[in-house]
Design a binder for this molecule. Structure first.
Ligand code: FHN
Length: 383
């Protein structure tokens, strides 16, 4: 067992580590027990779905605005078309519960800057700028409550390609002229305040790509979150090693168990936001094995779905989430509330532990087989 090393090769990027005094923090108990969460990347980028002006844009779908260098004035027009009439908060929360996910993290504002919630600090939000006119986060708050899933919010605190002072857009704005501290003070903090005031208890705020964040800015945002909702956690991508738990790089599972609280964000295909042409779906057995691998090393698996512009979670994602849920129905005691297992580094075998119980997860040679779980009996005491 090792603690997290954060060099270029490691699973956890420097700055995304867990604050050392969070290791024993009882506020993380639900997070440690959860082991599995559902991530949702949903925004205007679901409309182009990977294509701009007849061209397929390479890379992840939610990065289309940057990759295609779409001017703000053009990208903004997407809001007028955004009308996800099939959005059903209850169906999404039901899917998370069926999948066995204990928490759901949804993008409230991604790097494109469009706010998927009603905010007083910008008209560029789903309630004021779209024909849809509803706040999906409000609807999800009650649906998650009903289905026993903790609601959590993703918030892009550094990159904002719409805001003149946010990081990342150098095709509309002069990066060197930006007032990033002003953007954090007058925009990020007030919006985080809204997210933690208007939607009831929030499990965690999932910050991303800290880049320009100074230690002071990271610390102040953590303090703001904890002041508004003392039980709310902050992930490692707040930056500067100040998160309540460590975040790995995307889709990177550490090679060994870590003695910190950690999470891996992961995709089912190769994109986070919906892309019409991405059909590279991982198999159900691959996903369950990854969940087991993560749990056996003491981490949480945060698995993403990318709904369409109509508000529908793609069927291949639904099928896979349900398959994971079925496996967890039968084997959840070997995942939820467990810690890293005593046997590490053995091919085809993973272990998890709950107090004196040790669970052995066997991966068969047939890659399509789901892991088989055995509870190991304690050895009789020798005389
Ligand atoms: O740039 C983002 C990306 O779009 C996505 O949101 C992932 C999820 O972990 N985070 C960033 C890249 O690491």
């Amino acid at each position: 067992m090792t603690t997290s090393v954060t060099d270029e090769q490691s699973a956890i990027r420097a700055g995304a580590e867990q604050r050392s005094d969070a290791l024993a923090d009882p506020r993380l108990e639900w997070f440690r027990a959860a082991r599995f969460g559902m991530f949702i990347h949903w925004g205007l980028y679901a409309i182009p779905a990977g294509e701009w002006q007849g061209q397929q844009i390479p890379g992840i779908g939610e990065w289309l605005m940057l990759r295609a260098r779409v001017p703000v004035a053009e990208y903004e027009q997407l809001a007028r078309q955004f009308n996800p009439v099939k959005f059903d908060a209850d169906a999404w929360a039901t899917l998370a519960a069926q999948a066995g996910a204990k928490y759901l993290v949804i993008t409230s504002k991604h790097h494109d800057g469009f706010c998927m919630f009603k905010t007083r600090h910008s008209d560029y939000n789903i309630v004021d700028a779209t024909p849809f006119g509803r706040d999906p986060l409000l609807e999800l708050a009650s649906a998650c409550d009903k289905h026993g899933v903790r609601l959590c919010f993703y918030y892009s605190q550094t990159q904002d390609w719409h805001h003149p002072n946010g990081d990342g857009n150098d095709w509309d704005y002069d990066e060197s002229a930006k007032d990033f501290p002003g953007y954090v003070e007058t925009y990020v903090k007030p919006q985080v305040r809204e997210l933690l005031t208007n939607y009831g208890p929030i499990g965690l705020i999932w910050f991303d790509t800290p880049k320009r964040m100074t230690p002071e800015q990271s610390r102040e945002l953590v303090e703001l979150v904890h002041t508004l909702q003392p039980a709310c956690l902050v992930n490692g991508r707040i930056g500067n090693g100040l998160g309540d738990y460590a975040e790995t790089r995307d889709n990177v599972i550490p090679s060994e168990a870590l003695q910190v609280d950690w999470e891996v964000p992961a995709t089912i295909n190769d994109t986070w936001g919906f892309k019409t042409h991405d059909h590279n779906w991982k198999s159900p057995s691959d996903l369950v094995r990854k969940l087991v691998d993560v749990a056996s090393k003491g981490g949480n698996y945060l698995l993403n779905v990318g709904p369409t512009a109509e508000g529908v979670i793609p069927e291949p994602s639904v099928e896979r989430m349900r398959a994971i849920g079925e496996w967890l129905q039968a084997n959840g005691e070997a995942i939820y509330g467990t810690t890293a297992g005593p046997l590490q580094g053995i091919d085809g075998v993973r272990t998890t532990r709950r107090r004196s119980d040790v669970f052995l997860h066997a991966f068969e040679a047939d890659a399509s087989a789901l892991p088989k779980v055995f509870r190991l009996k304690p050895l009789p005491k020798s005389r």
